[in-house]
Design a protein around this ligand. Structure first.
Ligand SMILES: Cc1ncc(COP(=O)(O)O)c(C=O)c1O
Ligand SMILES: [Zn+2]
Length: 405
């Protein structure tokens, strides 16, 4: 196997990857997959990638390998467009909306379900803010594995419906993702579920890290000055940072790093609060509320990793209100032709704020992550619009037609 071992991000202890692993049994630390990169140095070159499959599996050597004729569980995830902004010079939109199931969650689930299948696991479970559940349901269906998904009951209809169609077992919970996580934890042993919660198994990070490889490859191996990433559990940020270290070890890039910028919804901003207070971990956010459902994560399991990355990269953390996010969605749609998920549009809010503050300069090359498609949020967007611009009772304006009901 190419994987040398799994390493605890808290105590550094090593664990074998020949069986399913969760978190460090000693301290609950997130486990990272470590490869023998030294053996690839000088042999695997950026040029080696040309002509390879246009999916995240183009980076096969730095992803888990499979014995014999086992194949990854793939639906064509990754290698998404890097769109130069039409509004701002030096800004790029990394459009993750084009992934299977309409969000970047596909990457993590492709890797996690591939390994679950390899280990012979039959039942997977996860709490989800919405899109991770949809992605798990799709990849589990493709792998012929059972999926048990717990979501807040007010997630967008698309998230509920996709789970149903993909044949997953769905539990809608009157609560937040943290309540869903507790329910998975309570039932998993009895039900013999393997828990693929964010950062509680090592492979979702591996899938998400491919965004870091793509940023480098699509910008001709010169990392940008900034990356703005809508942060819930923070897996993408943690994964990209890991990818940069791996690429440096492979000799593909130098020691330069982008400033990593977290954007969260003002109604649920535990990382922003911890960052502003100079803390190395976050507190559970009480009364989390935002229509950017993927950002409704009151406490990220890997908060210590996210905050460390913000610090090491000299990045920052910014909050965006729901009103600002909605306005940014409309702006991006009109100006860029990108109909972004609310979480993605939050990246634009952060960029605008940091430019206004002079923290980012016009010359800075910055990648804004649009993590998903707005098409999965039509019901919550409509509800948010109604909140922002209340309409007369009993009438609703649909594209210029007044329909009474
Ligand atoms: C569209 C979208 N963006 C961002 C996030 C946050 O992702 P992460 O948990 O990797 O920080 C989510 C999580 O559900 C999401 O669905
Ligand atoms: Zn540990």
């Amino acid at each position: 196997m190419r994987i040398s071992y799994l390493e605890c991000t808290r105590c550094g202890e090593h664990f074998p990857a020949d069986r399913p692993q969760s978190v460090c049994p000693k301290d609950g630390g997130v486990l990272f997959v470590r490869y023998n990169l030294a053996s690839l140095k000088g042999k695997l070159l950026p040029e080696s990638l040309s002509g390879r499959i246009a999916s995240m599996w183009r980076y096969a050597e730095v992803l888990p390998d499979l014995p014999g004729n086992e194949k990854p569980v793939t639906l064509g995830e990754g290698f998404t467009p890097m769109l130069p902004s039409r509004e701002y010079a030096n800004v790029y939109i990394k459009d993750e909306a084009l992934n299977p199931t309409g969000s970047f969650k596909a990457r993590g689930m492709s890797a996690a379900v591939t390994m679950a299948k390899h280990y012979g696991l039959r039942k997977l479970a996860a709490p989800s803010a919405g899109n991770a559940g949809g992605a798990l349901a799709a990849y589990a269906a493709a792998a012929g594995i059972e999926a048990h998904i717990f979501m807040p009951k007010d997630v967008p209809i698309a998230n509920r419906m996709e789970c149903d169609y993909y044949g997953a077992h769905l539990v809608l919970v009157d609560g937040l993702i943290s309540d869903c996580g507790r329910m998975v934890a309570e039932r998993k042993d009895k039900e013999k579920w393997f828990d693929v919660s964010t950062l509680k198994e090592p492979f979702r990070v591996e899938g998400k890290k491919t965004m870091g490889y793509e940023v480098a490859e699509q910008l001709a191996w010169k990392l940008p000055q900034g990356i703005i990433y809508p942060t819930g559990g923070g897996v993408g940020m943690i994964g990209m940072w890991k990818a940069f270290d791996e690429m440096e070890e492979l000799g593909w890039i130098g020691s330069e790093r982008p400033k990593m910028i977290t954007v969260q919804a003002a109604g649920c901003a535990p990382i922003v609060k911890a960052w502003e207070a100079g803390n190395s971990s976050s507190e559970t956010w009480a009364g989390a509320q935002t229509f950017a459902s993927g950002l409704r994560v009151p406490k990220a399991y890997g908060d210590y990793l996210i905050l460390e990355i913000l610090k090491k990269s000299q990045g920052t953390a910014v909050a965006a209100t729901d009103e600002e996010i909605l306005a940014a969605m409309r702006h991006w749609a009109r100006v860029e032709g990108v109909f972004a998920a609310p979480e993605g549009a939050a990246s634009l809010v952060a960029y605008q704020k940091l430019r206004t503050a002079g923290w980012l300069l016009p010359d800075d090359r910055v990648v804004l992550f649009n993590t998903g498609t707005a098409y999965k949020y039509l019901d919550v967007i409509e509800a948010q619009q109604a909140k922002a611009r209340p309409e007369p009772v009993g009438a609703r304006n649909i594209g210029g037609i007044i329909s009474p009901f």
